[in-house]
Design a protein around this ligand. Structure first.
Ligand code: HEC
Ligand code: HEC
Length: 249
């Protein structure tokens, strides 16, 4: 009772963030490197590569994603994904000027028109195509590394329902177009880091339609309740048993 009384009248509650916990919003920074390190590096990598989210330090990607597109994504984020909105109107920490500076810096430092010269670039964005045709394309172009059914081979599963629930259609398309040059996933022409991947050696570049079809096949694996079955809560009370997770695989 005393404790409750002593808390009344003051603003303190257990777990309530204090002034010191508030995010620091540094609206005066205009240096693109500092902006990148503060806001992007944790997910897209300190050098724009080797992060959990796709590389931005990728000339192929920057040849396909124009300045307006980059600005829009940084400002508004990607709904239903882990890409946050950084624009102030959406509750983010960055001014419009900072977003412009950051995107200009990314383009200046990481794009390289010479590296993509002469390439016929498919559009970055397009609607998904036909899933059954996509399955056949997947067998030819992807199964060597991701397994015939997409559940994983030398590279991981690309049909895992939790994964598919966390990524947008565009993220899948961007991956098929540009690969993951940091992780060894070839781009639509079959190249990774300038080398033609052995797994794709005798195959022509993926066409725009084939890319849309593979995206359609991947997203056809989305499920209504991703991540199920849930942990078996009956075992949670029993200290001798760990919270066993029953899986179907
Ligand atoms: C919390 C992690 C996180 C942070 C921080 C983050 N991103 Fe992202 N970003 C992602 C994820 C995840 C995606 C893929 C979203 C999806 O599913 O489409 C993404 C997507 C993007 C895309 C679109 C990629 C495409 O497929 O076309 C751009 C551009 C981008 N981020 C730039 C940035 C920039 C610039 C910053 C810093 C201002 C930043 N991101 C900060 C996680 C993050
Ligand atoms: C030469 C082997 C190889 C081939 C061929 C290949 N991939 Fe990958 N892929 C990889 C590797 C390596 C990774 C990253 C591995 C990891 O993180 O487990 C990856 C990652 C991915 C991811 C996840 C990327 C992310 O960051 O979220 C997707 C989606 C994907 N591949 C789809 C495909 C599709 C579709 C094809 C066929 C068009 C394909 N891959 C062909 C090796 C390959």
């Amino acid at each position: 009772m005393l404790a409750i009384l002593s808390m009344a009248g003051c603003d303190w509650m257990p777990g309530k963030p204090t002034e010191a916990d508030k995010p620091v919003i540094k609206t005066t920074i205009t240096n693109s490197h500092e902006l990148w390190m503060s806001y992007c590096s944790g997910c897209h990598g300190a050098d724009g590569r080797w992060g959990p989210a796709r590389p931005m330090n990728d000339p192929l990607y920057l040849a396909m994603a124009d300045r307006e597109y980059l600005i829009r994504i940084v400002r508004d984020g990607v709904d239903g994904s882990l890409m946050p909105a950084f624009g102030m109107p959406k509750g983010g920490p960055m001014t419009d000027e900072q977003i412009d500076d950051l995107v200009d810096g990314m383009i200046e430092h990481w794009s390289n028109p010479v590296a993509v010269k002469g390439m016929e670039l498919p559009p970055l964005a397009a609607a998904p195509g036909d899933a059954s045709r996509g399955q056949a394309v997947f067998k030819n172009y992807c199964a060597q590394c991701h397994g015939d059914d997409g559940r994983g081979g030398s590279a991981g599963s690309v049909v895992n329902d939790s994964y598919l629930a966390l990524v947008s259609d565009q993220a899948l398309r961007s991956t098929i177009l540009c690969g993951r040059l940091d992780l060894g996933m070839p781009n639509y022409t079959g190249h990774v880091g300038g080398q033609h991947s052995a797994a794709r050696k005798d195959l022509p570049p993926l066409s725009n339609r084939q890319i849309s079809d593979v995206v359609a096949w991947l997203i056809s694996h989305r499920v209504e309740f991703p991540g199920q079955p849930y942990p078996n809560t009956n075992t949670l009370d029993d200290p001798t048993q760990s919270a066993a997770v029953t899986t179907t695989e």
